[in-house]
Design a protein around this ligand. Structure first.
Ligand code: HEC
Length: 192
């Protein structure tokens, strides 16, 4: 655009020079035209700078906005992850607790079963398992559960006979399941 203005001024100047012999006036006209062109150019430059400034400001704002959105999105995602991790941890804790409760209940059940089965042993071994049965057996209270399981299993199989009374003991435990023997051994080992 500026080029067009310059060309116009030059044309005006040339026309003025060629069409008139009053040189001074022509020079004056040229000077004025040049001043106007300079002013127009300055104006255009100012406008361009302002436009560039505005564009830059808008771009900055846009970048700021997207950065903010990105930060927000990241924050949200992080919160989601944290929330999920929390949920997983809670579930895991609950599962562990449930398993522990079940284990506890199982142990309690075994002890109950052992106590019930021990009722028929009390007449000879004593209510606390500390009596030497018929004056012949060892004290059974407090023996290790493993030892008791082994001994009772041997009586059941008819292969144990310490004081000549193995057959009597086979009659006591002969029809007990492995589970019964375990529960019983557990209970007796805990008698104090
Ligand atoms: C009628 C009496 C009598 C009853 C009832 C009885 N026992 Fe015995 N028990 C004995 C005698 C006697 C012996 C020794 C047996 C031998 O000669 O090996 C014995 C031995 C044992 C032993 C081995 C002890 C050791 O360390 O050598 C265990 C364990 C035992 N009895 C557990 C039981 C259990 C459990 C019951 C109940 C299910 C039971 N007994 C019921 C009389 C009895």
């Amino acid at each position: 655009m500026n080029r067009i203005i310059v060309l116009s001024v030059a044309t005006v100047a040339i026309l003025t020079f060629s069409g008139c012999d009053k040189g001074d006036k022509a020079a004056e006209t040229t000077k004025q035209a040049t001043t106007e062109v300079a002013a127009a150019t300055k104006d255009a430059a100012t406008k361009t700078v302002a436009a560039a400034k505005e564009t830059a400001t808008k771009a900055t704002e846009a970048v700021k906005e997207s950065a903010k959105k990105a930060v927000d999105a990241t924050k949200e995602a992080a919160n989601d992850v944290a929330q999920k991790a929390k949920e997983t941890a809670t579930k895991a804790t609950e599962a562990v607790k449930e398993t522990a409760d079940k284990a506890k209940a199982a142990v309690a059940g075994t002890n109950d079963k052992g106590a019930q089965l021990f009722n028929k042993c009390k007449s000879c071994h004593g209510p606390d398992g500390k009596t030497k049965a018929l004056g012949k057996s060892a004290v059974i209270a407090g023996q290790s559960a493993d030892d008791l399981v082994k001994k009772l299993t041997e009586y059941k199989a008819g292969t144990r006979n310490v004081a000549g009374m193995g057959t009597l003991m086979k009659g006591q435990v002969g029809n007990m399941s492995d589970e019964d023997i375990k529960a019983l051994a557990n209970y007796i080992s805990n008698l104090k």
